[in-house]
Design a protein around this ligand. Structure first.
Ligand code: SF4
Length: 465
């Protein structure tokens, strides 16, 4: 984490170009190659890549006409509408007083962004350029169908919805007709994909400018392109580049073994500068297994231990999208993380507690007040193990950032749904009942056997139908 003083310096530098200038619009991109969409940064809604533009230049995966318009607006001090996430923050008095910073400032402060400020400030907005931070999804191929995910990112979800149709919630959860209507349906994994082909055409030129390359999915370890990337780095070392993966940590053992072996070699021969594994887990043991269908908790934990043991340079972030299925025994989830922090010191293991906003029926803010104290003891556990940033390399503990994320999640839950989220608690509770009932029927699970602690809430939801 950078100190606030550095953020204020970067803000002043950005503002000297224009009050809306953001380096992420040029240098950071997520490429959804499975459905031909892109965005810079990840906050704006992804938009379609033009196949015609790709024919002339594969960097059109990033340099779309829409992004060039947004860059031109930023250079002139106008606010691109797609960046409303940041403008909401920048309209707050606390931003104007320098007490908080928007992602426009924090992202532009990163080592993959800030060095490019001088070069970009007088640049031609129409010019094509290479990003320095790329996140890529090659396909939606996945062995999980997590409760809040969708067919766009999970082939298992896609198969289920193709066989059984959408869930019978008020908004027809995971309705394929909706995804088709907005152009988000993934291309079939085995069929020719012009976006993946363009990516590989661009790759030899792109890779030389990369500082961070992150592979997501689907589950990236199921995709052959992931191993093609690892093999490429063996043949063509990129010592300037940090490689990152979003993995569910439960790929078949053979693939997990191959990944660990190849990545460990890249690190030990310094062919990449670092490896960061991001893995999702939203709660403890059997509760996490219900919410993340396909998860085998003990195998996941074994794999995380293997990664941390085989690669002493690797870092692991456990991302928790906190939702109703996270509630029971959340303290045990944090104890497991603290145990990993203790076993692998040097702040190699971090938590990232996020808030699930959608689908509404899993949003914590629809809980009755009696359940909204469920995380209080977990917060106390984190606070009692909070370690200042300068000591984290020698003392295992939770950073201020990690504790703040937990506090933010609890505040969100306790203050009820925000107006922006437009949640009707009554409808969301009815949808929760409909969702778990259908989930149990389709997937052979049993909500009440798995979550006896939530029986009163379940009855409340049933009464809302
Ligand atoms: S202004 Fe904000 S939303 Fe827009 S690209 Fe920058 S960080 Fe992302």
């Amino acid at each position: 984490m950078k100190k606030p003083v550095e953020f204020s310096q970067v803000k002043a530098q950005l503002d000297s170009v224009s009050p809306t200038f953001c380096i992420a619009k040029w240098k950071q991109v997520t490429l959804h190659l499975h459905n031909g969409r892109t965005h810079s940064c990840h906050h704006p809604y992804p938009h379609a890549v033009s196949k015609a533009e790709l024919q002339n230049d594969p960097s059109a995966l990033h340099n779309t006409e829409k992004k060039k318009e947004a860059r031109a607006q930023m250079l002139k001090g106008a606010r691109p509408a797609e960046c409303q996430y940041c403008w909401n923050v920048e309209d707050l008095p606390a931003f104007k007083q320098g007490e908080i910073f928007s992602d426009r400032v924090t992202k532009s402060s990163e080592s993959w962004a800030r060095p490019y400020l001088e070069e970009l400030k007088n640049s031609d907005a129409k010019k094509n350029l290479n990003p320095s931070y790329v996140e890529v999804s090659f396909s939606n191929l996945c062995n999980f169908k997590c409760s809040y995910c969708s067919p766009v990112y999970s082939s298992k979800w896609q198969e289920e919805i193709e066989s059984h149709g959408p869930y019978n919630t008020s908004a027809k959860f995971n309705n394929l007709e909706y995804f088709k209507s907005v152009g988000e349906m993934p291309l079939p994994y085995k069929s020719p994909n012009p976006y993946v082909e363009s990516f590989w055409k661009w790759w030899p030129d792109l890779v030389k400018d990369l500082k961070v390359f992150r592979i997501t999915g689907g589950e990236p370890l199921l995709n052959e392109n992931t191993f093609k990337i690892l093999d490429y780095f063996h043949e063509n070392p990129q010592p300037q580049l940090e490689l990152a993966f979003n993995t569910n940590g439960n790929a078949p053992q053979k693939l997990m073994d191959e990944f660990i072996e190849k990545a460990a070699q890249l690190l030990s021969h310094k062919k990449i500068s670092g490896l960061h594994v991001f893995t999702s887990l939203d709660g403890y043991g059997p509760y996490a297994e219900y919410g993340r269908h396909g998860l085998k908790y003990s195998a996941w934990l074994d794999n995380i231990n293997r990664i941390l043991t085989a690669m002493p340079e690797a870092q692991v972030t456990i991302m928790c999208t906190t939702n109703i299925f996270s509630i029971p025994e959340f303290l045990k989830f944090l104890e497991m993380i603290f145990d990993l922090k203790t076993r692998y010191p040097g702040h190699r293991v971090t938590s990232d507690i996020n808030i699930l906003r959608f689908p509404h029926h899993q949003n914590l803010s629809i809980l009755p007040d009696s359940l909204k104290t469920a995380f209080d003891s977990s917060l106390e556990f984190m606070k009692s193990r909070k370690v200042e940033i300068e000591h984290l390399s020698s003392i295992p503990g939770f950073s201020v950032f990690e504790v703040n994320r937990m506090e933010r999640m609890i505040q969100y839950m306790k203050s009820g749904p925000s107006r922006k989220d437009k949640i009707s608690i009554y409808h969301a509770r009815a949808d929760f009942y409909k969702f778990v009932t259908e989930h149990d029927k389709r997937r052979g699970t049993n909500f009440l056997n798995s979550f006896p602690q939530l029986k009163n809430f379940y009855d409340l939801c049933k009464d809302s139908v």
